[in-house]
Design a protein around this ligand. Structure first.
Ligand code: GLN
Length: 282
């Protein structure tokens, strides 16, 4: 009977151009995705499912060896324990963003009254959908400028039974939102400057959407200014704004909020000790 370990070893050997531990991690992800085998199942050499349909391994390995992100190859990623569909139309959800979502959950789960949440630049919908799933009283809306991203976000919300309203909006030019108020505005906007992009990995540059990633060097905080301006008009007085940020602009981004009348502004670091997110309240 075919077992997991030989296949795992074959895949780790065939996946080239990555550090060995990354190749091993990818092989684990493939066995989990296609056959539902966890790391421990692989390491204890469990049998492969007898009625399995074998994917085209050589095609999968070729795509990985061309630096295509594994999340695109398998079509999904895990974010806060939920499985999201991803494609080249949306940013692949990152672990740093899980921290931002956990911070919001920590702040709002105890609330008994309804919490209106807006996710600006929702992409795959990972932030909006996770908050809708884990904050019982949440009433969540997600905005994006991209029709393709909105379609993906809607699919993810359906798949994960999350009640989120998605709407096409450009935060730089918001329309028909005059009367809306939110208790929580969250955004992970594009924040990598074009000059920083040169140093990024091929798997990001060649396969992920520039629209979700990059900003011009001459105004790298453009989206934070727009989000903070929006909040001055649309955040409830006890509300809070949460943003993921470029580590180089922690202080500058803090000032964007301060200049717009926010009084309590905290800058949080990521697991690498870099400024990665901000919570701002009035
Ligand atoms: N942290 C992401 C990256 O470096 C960028 C996310 C973003 O631009 N919002 O790939």
């Amino acid at each position: 009977m075919a077992t997991a370990k030989p296949l795992y070893q074959q895949l780790t050997q065939q996946i080239k151009g990555y550090p060995p531990e990354e190749a091993r991690e990818m092989a684990f992800m493939l066995l989990d995705h296609y056959f539902g085998l966890r790391k421990t199942d692989v390491l204890t050499d469990k049998p492969l499912p007898p009625n399995r349909t074998e994917p085209d391994w050589s095609q999968i390995v070729n795509r990985l060896n061309r630096q295509e992100p594994i999340q695109h190859v398998i079509g999904t990623t895990i974010f806060c324990g939920l499985e999201f569909e991803v494609s080249p139309d949306v940013l692949i959800p990152r672990p740093e963003t899980e921290d931002l979502v956990r911070l919001i959950m920590h702040d709002f789960t105890e609330r008994t009254d309804s919490v209106k949440i807006l996710d600006i630049g929702t992409g795959s919908g990972c932030i909006a959908v996770t908050l809708a799933r884990f904050i019982p009283q949440a009433d969540v809306m997600g905005w994006d400028v991209s029709d393709e991203a909105l379609a993906m976000a809607r699919r993810n919300a359906d798949q994960l039974n999350a009640d989120v309203t998605f709407e096409k909006q450009d935060i730089l030019n918001v329309t028909d939102a005059e009367l809306r108020k939110f208790d929580c505005v969250v955004s992970n906007p594009p924040y990598v400057t074009r000059s920083e992009a040169a140093a990024m990995d091929r798997n990001v540059l060649d396969y992920e959407p520039g629209l979700a990633l990059f900003v011009d060097d001459n105004d790298p905080l453009v989206f934070y200014k727009a989000v903070a301006d929006f909040c001055t008009r649309h955040l409830t007085k006890d509300g809070a704004c949460y943003v993921e940020i470029n580590e180089r602009f922690g202080e500058a981004t803090r000032q964007v909020f301060e200049e717009r009348g926010f009084r309590q502004i905290q800058v949080y670091k990521d697991i690498h000790g870099k400024d990665r997110s901000i919570r701002a309240t009035f």
